[in-house]
Ligand binder design. Structure first.
Ligand SMILES: [Zn+2]
Length: 236
């Protein structure tokens, strides 16, 4: 066992652990705002329902106004007819007025009934609208809270990341240039510079290693990059 090679390997493993932490942090930083987005999507869905219901409500209220105007016209007509019926001279004329008054009043009653029925639906829709608005507000509040929390977490992660970046030169200091180059080449190509040797195989890519290389890894006599993926092999 060559002490120097063994030391270099240990230094490389420390560097790899450092780079792994850095990589995980970078990945977490990149995909962070997920929780807030879930709440924002929920709020947007409820807002869509609110919009549809508000449109329906506007139509219903327009129908109420229309019938109320019509109803007013009928009520005025009944009042006018009653006044005119007081001035008739013949029984026949009186009967004709009475019949028209009855018909107009029946139509007014029908319209009044419709107005009540529509107002009932309007009340239900307004209650539902209130519930939906509360639901949307809760989702928006949760989204804001999640966003605030995420920003806080992100600040912590960024500080940790910056620390790791600052400490990295010290991690690689003193490692022979050749060894560092082997490591960096694999790390940049594969995202990781080291791989565990399992039996005679590279655990990362599955390549079979030569007997000589397996011995060299086992005894730490030299650095052995995997023939398949270039990662530096070591025993776990
Ligand atoms: Zn490999």
């Amino acid at each position: 066992m060559t002490t120097q090679v063994s030391e270099v390997l240990d230094r490389l493993l420390q560097l790899a652990a450092h780079d792994d932490r850095l990589k995980r942090l970078e990945e977490t930083l990149a995909r962070a705002p997920a929780a807030a987005q879930v709440h924002e999507a929920a709020a947007a869905e409820v807002a869509g329902k609110i919009r549809l219901l508000a449109e329906k409500l506007a139509v219903l209220k327009a129908q109420v106004r229309l019938r109320e105007n019509e109803l007013k016209g009928h009520e005025q007509k009944v009042a006018r007819l009653k006044q005119q019926s007081g001035e008739v001279r013949t029984n026949r004329e009186f009967m004709a007025f009475r019949s028209e008054i009855a018909n107009t009043q029946a139509e007014a009653d029908r319209l009044a009934g419709e107005v009540l029925r529509i107002l009932d639906v309007v009340n239900q829709a307004e209650a539902r609208l209130g519930a939906l608005s509360a639901e949307r507000d809760r989702a928006l509040q949760a989204a804001a809270e999640a966003r605030r929390q995420e920003e806080e977490d992100q600040l912590e992660r960024k500080a940790e990341r910056d620390g790791l970046v600052r400490e990295r030169p010290a991690c690689s200091e003193g490692i022979p240039a050749e060894a560092l180059e082997l490591y960096e080449r694999a790390r940049q190509a594969r995202g990781h510079g080291m791989a565990v040797l399992e039996g005679a195989y590279c655990s990362a890519c599955g390549d079979l290693q030569t007997r000589n290389d397996v011995y060299a890894v086992q005894n730490r006599t030299r650095l052995v990059p995997c023939k398949g993926c270039n990662r530096i092999l070591f025993l776990a």
